[in-house]
Design a protein around this ligand. Structure first.
Ligand code: AMP
Ligand code: ZN
Length: 141
């Protein structure tokens, strides 16, 4: 895609600080890191988000995550890692070329705010059962 920032990074017309590359994927340092070592992993082929990818394409990119995770841990002696992927603007996606964030964690005040804040109980077990049934029905559509 000619107007996609990450496609330009893949082409090399916009610079990036690469950490890993193979035939299908590229990993580089996030320009506005949430913590030290924040890295992005992208497919070289343009996909807007997970809805735009086959399971094979998704498997291919996710299979690279452990290798980079291990290297970040060794490099930064980080003690945790958030693996994050935002799909769609309401989910916080700002660059519309699929990417996986790898965010090394050091402690709970290292700059990355926890996103899991349990709200007061608003779903019943009947609601969970109903949601699960609908999800199961839609799995193979
Ligand atoms: P998201 O909000 O999930 O779409 O994440 C987009 C990420 O891309 C943000 O963390 C940005 O800091 C990062 N980003 C934007 N432009 C660049 C760039 N030129 N090089 C590296 N990372 C970038
Ligand atoms: Zn792109």
């Amino acid at each position: 895609m000619s107007d996609c920032l990450f496609c330009k990074i893949v082409e090399g017309s916009i610079p990036s600080t690469k950490v890993f590359e193979d035939e299908h994927v590229l990993a580089f340092m996030d320009i506005m890191p949430l913590t030290k070592g924040h890295t992005l992993l992208i497919p070289k082929k343009h996909h807007e988000n997970i809805y735009d990818m086959s399971s094979e394409e998704a498997a291919q990119i996710f299979s690279v995550v452990p290798k980079i995770a291990e290297s970040l841990k060794t490099t930064f002696q980080s003690v945790g890692l958030n693996i994050l992927n935002n799909n769609g603007a309401p989910a916080g996606q700002s660059v519309f070329h699929f990417h996986i964030h790898l965010i090394p964690r050091y402690d709970q005040t290292d700059g990355f705010k926890a996103i899991w804040h349990t709200k007061e109980k608003q779903y019943t077990s009947e609601m969970f059962a109903e949601y699960a049934e609908q999800i199961r029905m839609n799995l193979n559509k």
